[in-house]
Design a protein around this ligand. Structure first.
Ligand code: MG
Ligand code: MG
Length: 276
């Protein structure tokens, strides 16, 4: 899942009068024990995504994928992270075509040629993992394949830039550069986030930025980097279900995400999976 950029800005007003439990969690550094739990959560998420990718085929409903994910997360010893999060009604997010993120699984069937986004989160021992992939179901035109592949490469570039001592602007710039070199736009209204004891912690991790600007990344920080790229413009619209985010111009969108530990030696992907 990604964080709403505008809503979060509102949350950080100094006169935040909400009770402590309702305020956003700040930037946290993780202990070795906490990182171990996050590795477990990341493993559950990675394996669940692998199972989903192996299973997806035209004619399946997005609910079929949700049920498979629920069974996998349970079998692997985790709990779903999204179910019940602010009232989200399913285990995973399934977003199709112009849907960018936070699509709700249901009766809709996955069809040949669809761009399907699967976003999976799990909790183990109170710690979270969050990861997403996009896939072209069956045949798709070259430009659509390029969108999906470029989004994957943009994530890879963002992860590489997430070294201790680098700044968030370096990560955002790395993602944005890959996207724009291929003529795709980067969603601005939803962003990556810190992650750990909560699904969404500080800081916000935008997929755009200026090198050398923003928070300095420190060892033992854990962040979710999640580029969302559109074939058309970057503007978004929220559907009437209050969850599904779509491109305002109806153009296709792709999304990839990993949970990353900023280790002293460099970025470590906690939600890695064996390539399918
Ligand atoms: Mg996610
Ligand atoms: Mg996320």
């Amino acid at each position: 899942m990604s964080r709403s950029n505008t809503a979060v800005k509102r949350l950080f007003k100094r006169d935040d009068a909400r009770p402590a439990a309702a305020r956003p969690v700040g930037v946290t550094l993780k202990s070795a024990r906490e990182l171990q739990a996050m590795r477990q959560a990341g493993r559950v998420v990675g394996k669940t995504i692998s199972s989903l990718l192996a299973a997806v085929k035209p004619g399946m409903s997005t609910r079929d994928l949700d049920e498979l994910a629920a069974a996998e997360i349970k079998r692997l010893g985790g709990q779903p992270a999204f179910l019940g999060y602010r009232g989200f009604p399913a285990t995973i997010c399934t977003s199709l075509n112009e849907e960018i993120v936070h699509g709700i699984p249901g009766k809709r069937l996955v069809r040949e040629g669809d761009v399907l986004k699967l976003d999976v989160g799990a909790v183990v021992d109170g710690f979270y993992g969050d990861s997403a992939v996009s896939v072209c179901v069956g045949e798709a035109p070259p430009r659509v394949r390029e969108l999906v592949e470029t989004t994957r490469l943009a994530l890879e570039a963002g992860v590489k830039a997430a070294r201790p001592g680098a700044r968030l602007g370096d990560v955002g710039y790395a993602v944005q550069s890959v996207a724009e070199a291929h003529g795709f736009s980067v969603v601005r209204e939803y962003v990556g986030h810190g992650i750990g004891r909560a699904l969404h912690e500080d800081p916000n991790v935008p997929n755009f930025g200026t090198p050398g600007q923003g928070l300095v990344l420190q060892p033992s920080m854990t962040i979710a980097i999640e580029p969302m790229l559109n074939i058309g413009g970057w503007e978004t619209r929220l559907l009437g279900d209050n969850w599904t985010v779509v491109t305002k111009d109806g153009s296709l969108s792709a999304h990839f995400e990993h949970t990353v530990h900023i280790s002293p030696e460099g970025p470590q992907v906690l939600t890695a999976r064996e390539e399918v």
